[in-house]
Design a protein around this ligand. Structure first.
Ligand SMILES: *Cc1c(COP(=O)(O)O)cnc(C)c1O
Length: 399
């Protein structure tokens, strides 16, 4: 038996492999440099270019670029009219931002449990949580696997609710063959460096609804408009602008958007790479019975932001955290996505209860995110497998 690195043995990999990271080309750098030499660093032509690029890729009428994915969610909640006392139903297995956006508006996030197979929000559980105060539903395409949007939009229509799809994980994923970004009332994206494409920090909201788009643009920039057709006071001066609502400075810079446009030139390649790495992972990992591979619903073709495996702890002599520490010592940068949002101390202080979403908590107990990004090659995948095999062999029951 090979000595685990955590016990002083040789690590499987020489250097640390992170779970996710950006992939920057010479063209990306050139695009950013060009903007730095140009007239506009912000509110210039690159914003439109990036929005046009995303609209064309997704096949949607409107796109509003903002400073980050959290700002995108906040603007979407504001445009949906979420305010004091409103309830918004969402999933606990997500980054806290999906629920925080509701709190920013004075609303109350209501956590519906997840489907243990897809790890996305359980649609039956959404229906049970709807009350007279419910205003919207925020679904999250966790890891890149999309939600069953036809069913969700149906429920929303019956109860007169808006649907926001947090697709921070799902740029390039398809629902029944159609790219994600036009199914919900509003879809939000993030361009943080671990996501499919990056702008450093950045986000986007896509929609087919013109009224929502107008609101999103207002909230992005202080609630101020210069659009002559939208002005409330009929002022004719060319310089004139007016604040019509309380918005924010959630603008994204031209520097970032130029990087976004350049990154989008490689989106197909990025998605192909991720899908190929996942296929290779699956071919290796099926050989380890202590590991449960991610389930994929038939309507979803994931672009794979994260690769999350689950451990069959009943077959192991240790807990999940021991496996994580042992893998990190082998220089495999495993991680955890996510602590169910309502278990965070802040949410506990708001009165959410432990045990509220049993499936989410069970999944949280045995999940591990293993590395997946465009800089990885077949050898990296093999080494992750070797490390998992080494660590799990050591902790296998009854060996
Ligand atoms: C990354 C992420 C966000 C937030 O995006 P930022 O750009 O970091 O603000 C929101 N929701 C989910 C599910 C995410 O993964």
């Amino acid at each position: 038996m090979k000595n685990l690195a955590i016990h002083g043995g040789q690590p499987v990999r020489k250097s640390f492999l992170t779970y996710g990271r950006q992939c920057i080309s010479k063209e990306d750098i050139q695009a950013v440099v060009e903007v730095l030499k140009s007239e506009f660093l912000t509110t210039g032509p690159q914003i439109d270019k990036f929005e046009e690029k995303m609209k064309a890729f997704i096949g949607v009428n409107y796109a509003v670029a903002v400073s980050n994915g959290t700002a995108a969610l906040h603007c979407a909640c504001l445009a949906a009219g979420v305010s004091t006392g409103d309830e918004v139903i969402t999933t606990p297995i997500t980054f806290a931002a999906s629920a925080n956006a509701v709190l920013y508006c004075g609303g109350k996030p209501i956590f519906a449990d997840v489907d243990p197979k897809t790890m996305n929000i359980d649609i039956d559980s959404i229906e049970k949580k709807i009350t007279s105060k419910t205003k919207a539903i925020i679904v999250v395409d966790y890891t890149g696997q999309v939600n069953d949007m036809d069913r969700i939009m149906n429920i929303a229509k019956r109860h007169n609710l808006l649907v926001i799809e947090d697709a921070a994980h799902a740029l390039g994923s398809t629902y029944n063959g159609v790219l994600i970004g036009s199914q919900a009332d509003m879809t939000t994206f993030s361009f943080h460096p671990v996501k499919h494409i990056t702008t450093g920090e950045g986000g986007m909201i896509t929609t087919n609804n013109e009224t929502l788009c107008t609101k999103l643009k207002l909230y992005r920039s202080h609630g101020i408009t210069r659009d002559k057709e939208l002005l409330l006071n009929h002022e004719n001066a060319s310089w004139y602008y007016e604040q019509q609502d309380l918005g924010y400075n959630y603008r994204i810079t031209d520097i970032q958007c130029a990087l976004g446009v350049s990154q989008m030139n490689r989106i197909d390649e990025f998605i192909r790479t991720r899908r190929a790495l996942v296929q290779l992972y699956e071919s290796y990992l099926v050989k380890i019975p202590e590991i449960r591979l991610p389930y994929q619903a038939a309507y979803s073709n994931s672009s794979w932001h994260l690769y999350v495996i689950r451990l069959r702890l009943e077959l192991l002599t240790c807990d999940r955290n021991t496996i994580i520490e042992a893998l990190r010592a082998e220089n495999i940068g495993v991680n955890l996505h996510y602590i169910p949002v309502y278990l965070h101390p802040y949410y506990q202080s708001l009165g959410y209860n432990i045990g509220e979403c049993r499936n989410a908590e069970e999944i949280y107990g045995d999940m591990i995110t293993i590395p997946l990004h465009h800089n990885m090659d077949q050898d990296d995948v093999l080494l992750v497998y070797k490390a998992l095999e080494k660590v799990i062999n050591y902790y296998r029951k009854g060996k």
